[in-house]
Design a protein around this ligand. Structure first.
Ligand code: SF4
Length: 456
């Protein structure tokens, strides 16, 4: 019987800026595992893997910054017409096209591929997805299936890529989808991809870190966030399966950094993360692996027990979801108050974490937010000895805040996703302007400089 073979591709990013802050195509790797469970051979090309062994033969690869993160190699490319008014350079980040084509040729030489799956994440990165699909179409004459967040969020635009689009999050729809597309005869599968499978990291030859998910979903309903809409209810992976994943992939790929990208990892603490951390310590994994929580944990759910176990388990990056001070805290969902951040920061610092290891996400340019709200949030962080990162707001289509902006006539609702890129919103949208954003960033930088000087 002819073997079935599918190529997975993590596409290019095209944007004004991009940084490898532990970006891995975890969803695509779960798709890889699911396909394998159906008896299909799977290969992977990750155009965004800075650790690809062939990469340095084709481009200068920037050095790592911290714990496996770093700048992507990039080239300047022409801006999409709709962005021509933005006075910044537009770039393609990731693997050079020449190497990408060479890898595709090699895959062709090793036998025929039946289909290609391309994933997607941020909606305003779609030119990079489309350019990736164009190269794939030129090199391999097989159906291309396009999935991921962008495709689910903007299917009408995704269709313009000419690929077949897959808009489900439940992979149990895949066998029928593939049978219809390729004339296969795959059996239905009842496997829950998240609870029963692990992301297929074994498809990598070399990688700098591993990103894992121990839960899916979030019980909070922040108005600017789509996480609670992505998954109907929260799912918790069995802690011992998570530990198997940590042990298996750290040994197989010889990595030192494991990153948890959960949206709400502290929910059901006693039965979930507490078990994982206690086992990390009991098995001595904390002696050889550094762990990171870069996705904004809930300050309200933090206590001494959590902080002490995180410290003992060798966590090196703790991000708190703060977002803003002021009345918007409550109006956007009430997940956090200043006093929660203060309390969490004090507990974490007492547990032994340093200024650099703990930081809070602060959003700028939220509708209705004042400059004072941002400055106060920066001041709160500085006063309790934690760092912060300022992130510009993006109105994600389908979130409560986006619906409200459309209803109020502050967005049309039909904007090209490229215009909703947080980097360029201040150039055209009537909220905070570019000078205000710059001022706030300078304020934050100055505060940091003062704090670090005083604490030396
Ligand atoms: S911002 Fe965080 S807490 Fe709020 S819904 Fe999203 S993931 Fe949950």
């Amino acid at each position: 019987m002819k073997r079935k073979r599918i190529l997975l591709v993590n596409p290019w990013i095209e944007d004004f800026a991009a940084y490898d802050f532990w970006l891995k195509p975890v969803g695509l790797l779960y798709v890889g595992s699911f396909l394998k469970s159906l008896g299909i051979e799977v290969e992977l090309i990750d155009l965004m893997n800075r650790y690809d062994p062939e990469l340095s033969d084709y481009t200068k690869v920037p050095k790592d910054k911290f714990y496996g993160t770093g700048k992507f190699p990039h080239i300047e490319i022409e801006k999409p017409k709709i962005l021509s008014f933005v006075p910044r350079k537009y770039k393609r980040y990731g693997m050079p096209e020449e190497l990408f084509r060479k890898k595709l040729q090699k895959i062709k030489e090793n036998g025929s591929i039946d289909a290609i799956f391309v994933t997607s994440t941020l909606t305003y990165w779609y030119p990079g997805y489309f350019d990736t699909i164009n190269v794939l179409r030129q090199e391999l004459d097989v159906p291309i299936v396009f999935g991921g967040f962008f495709v689910r969020n903007q299917p009408h635009i995704a269709k313009k890529s000419g690929a077949y689009i897959f808009t489900k999050t439940d992979l149990r729809f895949l066998p029928k989808f593939l049978n219809d597309l390729l004339g296969w005869n795959l059996q239905n599968s009842e496997k829950d991809w998240f609870l029963e499978l692990s992301p297929a990291y074994e498809l990598y030859e070399r990688i700098g870190y591993v990103v894992l998910l121990t839960t899916l979903g979030c019980p909070y309903k922040c108005t600017y966030c789509i996480a609670h809409r992505n998954w109907e209810r929260m799912k918790f992976k069995d802690p011992y399966r998570v530990l198997d994943e940590i042990e298996k992939f750290s040994e197989l790929l010889k990595i030192q950094d494991i990153v948890f990208f959960d949206d709400a990892i502290l929910i059901k603490w006693q039965k979930h993360l507490k078990v994982i951390l206690s086992e990390i310590i009991a098995r001595g994994l904390n002696k050889k692996i550094r762990f990171h929580l870069p996705n904004g944990i809930h300050a309200k759910l933090l206590n001494e027990e959590v902080a002490n176990l995180l410290y003992e388990a060798n966590f090196k990056t703790i991000k708190l979801g703060y977002e803003t001070s002021g009345k918007l805290q409550l109006e956007t969902g009430g997940k956090v108050r200043d006093e929660d951040v203060v309390r969490a920061a004090e507990i974490l610092r007492s547990a032994g974490f340093t200024y650099k290891e703990v930081s809070a996400y602060i959003m700028i340019n939220l509708p209705g937010q004042t400059e004072e709200d941002v400055k106060n949030a920066v001041d709160v962080c500085s006063s309790v000895g934690i760092d912060y990162s300022l992130n510009e707001f993006t109105p994600i289509v389908g979130t409560d805040i986006w619906i409200e902006l459309v209803n109020k006539g502050l967005l049309k609702g039909t904007e090209d996703p490229l215009l909703l890129n947080n980097t360029i919103l201040p150039y055209w949208w009537d909220n905070m302007r570019i000078e205000q954003i710059r001022r706030l960033k300078e304020y934050a930088q100055e505060k940091r400089r003062l704090y670090t000087r005083e604490s030396l």
